[in-house]
Design a protein around this ligand. Structure first.
Ligand SMILES: [Fe+2]
Length: 293
């Protein structure tokens, strides 16, 4: 597989191209795993992939596929499979983030599949959380080491039942307990959720610090629900600093039909540029690696 691998220019993304006209299902699994562990992000391009092959390929390398209960956005289930979801809830920009970092149980690994590319714009953005950490000023690093992030959100009864895919309060309590999320149920059956998360985590190998969280899109889309754990506000200049770093170290992926992106969700942040057309159809699967990691 060696002659099929190259880096996108100036990029963290390792691209694996189909130069020998082989099936993606025939690629050397061990080699993929080693590349994934080293780089955290792989783009498979030029293979003949439809949605069934995408599922088969991801099933070879991943386990514990989850549905999106508790997720922040509405996602369309594809072909009746709750572990295969469309990401196009709306069309505006989504800033760099780790997937589902507003709860304890995050998927360790993400897969994206380009069922149909946008006519223009709508690139998926990525960056390495290790590099992000290295770029942050020492005063901001110190602030995040002292104070964790707190997500604090009120959700109506109708909305939590949809979001958590249940109308049973006991089940909701159980999900919140497993996610280390503090739940308050109000008289009108609306709920208040409170979750505290670090902005910076040690890498799984323990050698690096990684800036990965849901701070930037939350500040962008729903600023009232995020503060520090002591209820103090995250200073605007800190948010500006982080947005500047994010732009500086972002790699854009311009989708081609059939592209597959494999992402380490404990290290690589992702987001997307805005788009205007109705063509863009990108699917996602959330899971764990089927190998030691
Ligand atoms: Fe995401």
């Amino acid at each position: 597989m060696n002659n099929q691998i190259h880096s996108m220019s100036d990029s963290i993304v390792q691209e694996i191209n189909n130069l020998d006209n082989v099936s993606i299902l025939k690629l050397d699994k061990e080699e993929i795993i080693n590349l994934f562990k080293a780089n955290g992000i792989l783009l498979f391009r030029g293979f003949d992939v439809d949605v069934d092959i995408f599922k088969e390929f991801t099933n070879l390398l991943s386990i514990d596929f989850i549905n999106y209960a508790g997720g922040a956005f509405s996602r369309r289930v594809i072909n009746g499979d709750e572990t295969l979801l469309s990401v196009n809830d709306f069309k505006s920009e989504i800033k760099l983030h780790g997937e589902m970092y507003y709860q304890q149980n995050i998927p360790l690994m993400l897969w994206f599949f380009c069922a149909n590319p946008p006519l223009e714009d709508g690139e998926t953005t990525v960056c390495d959380g290790r590099q992000f950490f290295n770029e942050i000023s020492s005063s901001t690093k110190e602030l995040f080491s002292k104070k964790k992030l707190k997500f604090n959100v009120r959700i109506s009864q109708e909305d939590w039942q949809k979001k958590y895919q249940t109308d049973d309060l006991n089940q909701l309590e159980e999900m919140c307990r497993k996610n280390n999320t503090h739940l308050t149920v109000n008289e009108d059956q609306s709920i208040l959720l409170e979750y505290i998360s670090p902005a910076i985590i040690p890498s799984r190998c323990g050698k690096y610090q990684v800036f990965i969280n849901s701070l930037l899109p939350t500040k962008q889309l729903n600023p009232k629900i995020i503060n520090f754990e002591d209820d103090s506000e995250i200073p605007e200049e800190v948010v500006s600093e982080l947005n500047e770093i994010a732009e500086k170290i972002t790699t854009e992926i311009s989708w081609q039909k059939g592209d597959i992106l494999m992402i380490d969700n404990t290290r690589i942040l992702h987001g997307r540029r805005s788009f205007a057309d109705d063509q863009r159809d990108i699917y996602i699967r959330l899971c764990s690696p089927a190998f030691s990691f």
